[in-house]
Design a protein around this ligand. Sequence first.
Ligand code: ZN
Length: 287
Amino acid sequence: MPELPEVETVRRQLTEKVVGKTVKAVEVFHAKAVAQDDTIEDRLVGKTIAGIDRVGKLMIFSFKSQSDLFLLAHLKMTGQFFYVDGEVVSGGGHSMTAADVAEFPGRHTRVAYYFTDHSALYFNDMRLFGYTKLATAQEVATARAGFGPEPIDTDFDCGWFAAQLKKKKAVIKAVLLDQSFVAGLGNIYVDEALWRAKVRPTRRANKVTKAEATALSAAAGDVMRESIAVGGTTFQHFVDTGGDNGNFTDYLNVFGKQGTPCPRCGETIKKIRVAGRGTHYCPGCQK
Ligand SMILES: [Zn+2]
């Protein structure tokens, strides 16, 4: 599943490709991928993409001179975007194979957005959990309200974060995965941030000290920014929209490293289940 750094990488690269493009036609191959909306083509034809914003892993396309028309896109488990301009294909999302780029539209193409300059944006999704659907300004506001602040933001308030943790009795891992509290941290990045901050994933959030909370918010932001800088993680076969493989796996310290020595203290990394998720930590240096 693409995590936030992958989605942010796709967002940035799609922004370079499609902003300023005007929709000429929309072809829907599977109605579920557009939330059964049979008006999508009528409402998008002639509209020019103004920008792509993001909250959590939700991408929000806006259109020039349209204050009440947005396109929400979520990759979920297996979504991919491919931008095709002549012979040049750029893709990003999840599980890219040679078959995915063999033809457009392909077997897993759910929606195609054709632009007036003859380029096109294809939304592929094998499992059909993802979507690209139209939304009003009110619906966008509602979607945004479901997400907490992101540690990746440079103005993330670590004082607020520390104070909120004091009110939460759940284990810290579960608290960090709760997108309505802090947005954008997926399973990999929570494990990595907790390792960097030397906090054990099974600690109760309200037992995390202010100093640890400060270290944790900084670590969470750092790990996400570093991952975006190298284009995300590769082990899910992620390829960003420029066709480059992300290689953040080279930078992981605990995730997927069970049975190997901790790079900081040498103790053997353990894998357990916390909050229903595979969780990796070092029993030696994470308290
Ligand atoms: Zn250690």
